[in-house]
Design a binder for this molecule. Structure first.
Ligand code: GLU
Length: 468
């Protein structure tokens, strides 16, 4: 049997963190088993489904590297097929027409409430002769649910979960206007798409019992269910905007790498020993449903940030540059020229070692994009602009003249150490004013590295400007 998983978001908002994790688990399980990962957009709620939300979901998945197999299925386009199944169930006696008016249903619920009974449809048209149908009322189609016994789900995460069938009502399959309900559409689509494993949030566990009734009525194979616990905020409360329950696009804009976010989402609810940094290849090898935890996980943006710092450090410059350049370009307002691009390429390694996000990387690279004298960025930097330091930098500039023909990091370091010795200065007394002269900041990669990356001409121009 080929495993087929699916991600089935409703396009009523962006691709949020919980949805992204559901997609990731489905994708990983498909990859782990050599199966297929399908994407279905559940756009049956016409009032709330939007094109921008669909675009955000597709973009978010692509950015995260969770490519789906085959074409996207759009649920709304399959309404006729959903109605066909409802009609088949009618013909088989697994469903029936209900002619209750909305007022009648309101009265029924009010009476149940007054009597302290659970409010649900009481099956009043279940066995009634359709000849009694009132004129002018379009009926809905309801499932003739099992009224006795139990429905058992052998969930791959929650293990065995049982519900008394008496608790399930005769839910609506087709509305009076002929449109399918979500409950029907999901089941029909999963069957038609040959879905073998339904991996989704555990807020859908209750739906699974009702969906199984449709599956059984149709004699279709039961999928393996895996209902994964929801994600909570770092304080343990249900994840909300306050916790950073934002769209995946917001994390992209904050400067997280897709591989880091993938790794972080993987660890939210799934574990492999104490491993924290897990490559995608390892994740595919190791991921399995029994290792998904049963308790809610906590989303902690500080942990994500730490993980991102590790990914920044470990991603080779050539792979990192395509993430850095668009952000840098946006910040500059134009493409960097060849000189600046050369400096960025050479300087990236030093900067990425000290950054936690791509936004920080780009901020820290900005001094490489400028030419000539640097403006001190704050009081701390300004405090280095003393007359003694200016004189020292002018002298240093002259001393470095001799290194022009051998402008390497090692040669520059050697020359600066000699310069400090000769002038009775500690290295820090030279390095810090030098750093401010080169970058405008008191925080940066090592000064020797910066001098080498800038090249002799630009380095001297900055020293001269600061020493003048
Ligand atoms: N469309 C549902 C949602 O976005 C998911 C349905 C399912 O996975 O079965 O929550």
């Amino acid at each position: 049997m080929t495993v087929v998983t699916r991600f089935a978001p409703s396009p009523t908002g962006f691709l949020h963190i919980g949805g992204a994790r559901t997609a990731l688990f489905n994708w990983l399980y498909a990859k782990h088993t050599g199966g297929k990962f399908l994407l279905r957009i559940e756009d049956t709620d016409r009032a709330r489904s939007t094109e921008p939300a669909i675009a955000a979901i597709l973009d978010g998945l692509s950015w995260l590297g969770l490519e789906w197999d085959g074409d996207v299925t759009y649920q709304f386009a399959r309404a006729a097929r959903h109605a066909e199944v409802a009609n088949q169930m009618l013909a088989q006696g697994n469903a029936y027409h209900c002619y209750c008016s909305p007022q009648e249903l309101d009265e029924m619920r009010a009476a149940q409430k007054a009597a302290g009974k659970p409010m649900r449809y009481d099956g009043r048209w279940r066995d009634r002769d359709p000849k009694d149908a009132p004129a002018g009322i379009k009926p809905v189609v309801r499932l003739k649910a099992q009224q006795t016994g139990q429905t058992v789900i052998k969930d791959a995460v929650q293990s065995e979960v049982t519900v008394e069938n008496a608790q399930l009502d005769d839910m609506i399959l087709l509305r009076a206007d002929g449109t399918p309900t979500y409950m029907l559409a999901v089941v029909v689509d999963d069957f038609d798409m040959n879905v073998t494993h339904v991996i989704r949030g555990d807020d859908h566990l209750n739906n699974a019992f009702r969906q199984l009734q449709i599956i059984k009525a149709m004699g279709w194979p039961e999928p393996v269910y895996a209902h994964i616990p929801l994600i909570h905020g770092a304080d343990g409360a249900k994840l909300s905007k306050r916790h950073g329950a934002l769209g995946v696009d917001a994390y992209r804009d904050m400067g997280f790498l897709p591989a880091a976010l993938r790794n972080y989402l993987l660890r939210l609810g799934w574990g492999h020993g104490d491993d924290e940094v897990i490559s995608t290849a390892q994740a595919i090898e190791w991921f399995d449903l029994p290792d998904v935890g049963r308790s809610a996980s906590r989303f902690d943006v500080a942990k994500l940030t730490n993980l991102n710092a590790i990914y920044l450090r470990e991603t080779p410059d050539a792979e990192l540059l395509p993430f850095v350049l668009p952000l840098l370009e946006a910040k500059l307002g134009h493409k960097p020229d060849a000189t600046v691009l050369g400096r960025i390429t050479r300087g990236l390694n030093g900067v990425k070692q000290r950054s936690r996000t791509l936004v920080e990387v780009v901020d820290s690279l900005m001094f490489y994009t400028r030419s000539g004298g640097q403006t001190p960025e704050d009081d701390k930097a300004r405090s280095h602009g003393t007359p003694e330091n200016k004189a020292m930098l002018a002298k240093l500039s002259a001393a470095l003249e001799a290194e022009t023909s051998n402008w390497t990091e090692a040669a520059i370091e050697d020359a600066i150490r000699r310069f400090a010795d000769a002038n009775g200065l500690k290295l820090g007394q030279v390095a810090q004013p030098l750093r401010v002269a080169l970058t405008g900041s008191t925080v940066s990669p090592g000064v020797f590295e910066i001098l080498a990356v800038l090249g002799a001409d630009e380095a001297k121009a900055r020293l001269l400007a600061a020493g003048g």
